[in-house]
Write a protein that binds this ligand. Structure first.
Ligand code: 16C
Length: 253
């Protein structure tokens, strides 16, 4: 039988869903797999290290499409005392967002597709003198088991999608984002009994990947300057927030 969700998805000719899955499940699967492949690729020609701060390394590749800056960005970081699950939890959960996001005027969930996938509508801070940007994207959190012994990989992907509850209303410009946070947990000098693992034994290796198209022309130098300043600022603030929030809580593996 065709359920309502499957019919809605097939009748407009896109996102043919498998029964029991939501209408964007195939999209989510494809983009998650692309990120898992992409994050493992070597950083070679064309990538510039634009910022280094302790364990944090920010790389960027300069790319323009029709005169619009769409520079891919990759950040690698290592954070002591937190797990990949904790980092992804705080990055994905709506109720924490405005506590660490400094580049937003507002955020809201406009649809829940399943318990791990929601659709956000966000209004970004205006960068004078350019038009204000908004965004609408599905946001998916996932745990991937690698082997019995290893800690799982956790990831969050945020990927632009259109939505009837989020029409584009000029003068706002819709930006296009494809962002991933991919985390592994390392346990240093593991005690014999896993129950004895302390925060000082754990470390999260994090990769943050962003492809952002501002959705319309913005002066190249301005975008690159804002990006170079704001991405490290975001990761610094976000990771300190997670450390602060988890300090006295039981470790979430
Ligand atoms: O990943 C981040 N946040 C997530 C939850 O909100 C989500 C966000 C995705 C959108 C990321 C693009 C942000 C572009 C915003 C343009 C306004 C910048 C305002 C600056 C205010 C001083 O995945 C963390 C996102 C961290 C964003 C850092 C800002 C990067 C700027 C990129 C340059 C775009 C310039 C466009 C000019 C209008």
């Amino acid at each position: 039988t065709i359920n309502e969700a499957t019919f809605a998805a097939t009748s407009n000719g896109e996102n043919i869903s498998v029964k029991g899955k939501h209408r964007l499940a195939n999209d989510v699967e494809r983009v998650v797999q692309e990120h898992l492949t992409y994050v493992r690729e070597e950083m070679c020609d064309g990538w510039d290290l634009i910022h280094e701060e302790g364990e944090m390394k920010v790389y960027r590749r300069e790319v323009e499409e029709n005169g619009i800056v769409v520079d891919p960005l990759k950040i690698f970081h290592a954070i002591q005392g937190v797990t990949g699950h904790e980092i992804c939890h705080y990055f994905w959960e709506y109720q924490h967002r405005m506590e660490w996001e400094t580049t937003l005027d507002s955020t809201k969930i406009i649809e829940a597709l399943d318990q791990d996938t929601v659709i956000f509508f966000q209004m970004h801070k205006r960068v004078w003198p350019t038009a204000q940007r908004d965004s609408c994207f599905w946001s998916h959190i996932r745990c991937i088991s690698n082997s019995e012994e290893d800690q799982p990989t956790w990831l969050v992907v945020n990927y632009t999608t259109p939505h009837p509850l989020a029409p584009i209303k000029p003068p706002q410009v819709r930006l296009i984002a494809n962002v991933a946070m991919i985390c592994e947990t390392i346990i240093n000098e593991p005690p014999l009994n896993p129950k004895d693992i302390k925060r000082e034994n754990i470390q999260c290796k994090l990769a943050y990947v962003a492809f952002v198209n501002p959705g319309g022309w913005v002066p190249s130098a301005a975008v690159r300057n804002v990006a170079k300043r704001e991405y490290p600022r975001f990761l610094r603030r976000f990771t300190s927030y997670v450390i602060e929030q988890t300090r006295d809580k039981p470790i979430l593996f």
